[in-house]
Ligand binder design. Structure first.
Ligand SMILES: *[C@@H]1O[C@H](CO)[C@@H](O)[C@H](O)[C@H]1NC(C)=O
Ligand SMILES: *[C@@H]1O[C@H](CO)[C@@H](O)[C@H](O)[C@H]1NC(C)=O
Ligand SMILES: [Cu+2]
Length: 229
């Protein structure tokens, strides 16, 4: 009986566990938890942000007030962002970056400064199926554009979990901001630039959506176009 009870308890813990993004992967090496990523409010609870207009929608650090150490990443190389578990909820991924005017450690990322560098959208086929290639993966990896100007940046990942997104505020955002120093960059002009929060209203067809029934015929990825350099 006791065994059964503790099994049920731990199943409950797993079901509500969610996930965070505490690590970067630079030159193939995974950084330690919350060293190069600002420690988010949910480092313990792993609970998502659901208010796209809240201050925490940017880096989710209102309680921790965290900053991080800045790690060098060469332009043109791969940057990974790792979850503390499988990214198991069905959903899509966006990665945004913003260039700090000075020391990124003391910068809050406010203003129309964010551009999108990467996304993993949903795959649809006109209404038979919808699949999520950005789910059930342990990490996200993308190329820092070769002609991105050198300097210090915030890198913000969001996974938009869509399993309960059919009512307003139901989409769950799993967010982290890392701090990187891009080296050997170029003279590109990243854009379009958006503010975070501000980029979404919560009514976007890719955020307020029932992914189960009827199966969506198309999917519109939230946010601006990816700047690929
Ligand atoms: C940036 O600010 C942090 C926190 O105040 C400090 O520890 C770090 O030395 C500064 N880095 C540079 C390059 O000034
Ligand atoms: C960023 O990289 C440049 C070029 O290697 C270096 O001079 C600078 O000190 C680095 N800044 C930080 C904050 O790491
Ligand atoms: Cu969850």
């Amino acid at each position: 009986m006791r065994l059964l009870y503790s099994t049920i308890l731990s199943l409950g813990a797993i079901a509500s566990a969610h996930y965070t993004f505490p690590n970067l992967i630079v030159n193939g090496i995974t950084t330690a938890d919350w060293v190069n990523v600002r420690k988010t409010n949910n480092f313990n609870t792993q609970a998502p942000v659901t208010d796209v207009k809240s201050a925490d929608f940017r880096c989710y650090t209102s309680e921790t007030q965290a900053t991080a150490s800045t790690i060098n990443v060469a332009a043109g190389s791969q940057l990974g962002i790792k979850s503390n578990g499988n990214i198991y909820h069905p959903g899509v991924i966006n990665v945004y970056m913003a260039k700090a005017p000075g020391n990124v450690s003391t910068w809050d990322g406010s203003g129309n400064v964010w551009f999108k560098v990467y996304q993993i959208s949903a795959v649809t086929d006109g209404g038979n199926t919808i699949t999520f290639p950005g789910s059930n993966i342990p990490s996200i990896s993308f190329t820092i554009p070769k002609n991105l100007p050198s300097g210090q940046y915030l890198v913000r990942v969001e996974q938009i979990a869509l399993h309960s997104a059919s009512t307003y505020g139901g989409a769950q955002f799993y967010i982290s901001c890392g701090q990187i120093n891009v080296t050997g960059g170029g003279s590109g002009n990243p854009g379009p630039l958006v503010a975070i929060p501000g980029v979404y209203t919560g009514n976007e067809p890719g955020i307020l959506i029932n992914i189960y029934w009827p199966i969506p015929t198309t999917y519109v990825q939230p946010g601006p176009a990816v700047w690929s350099g």
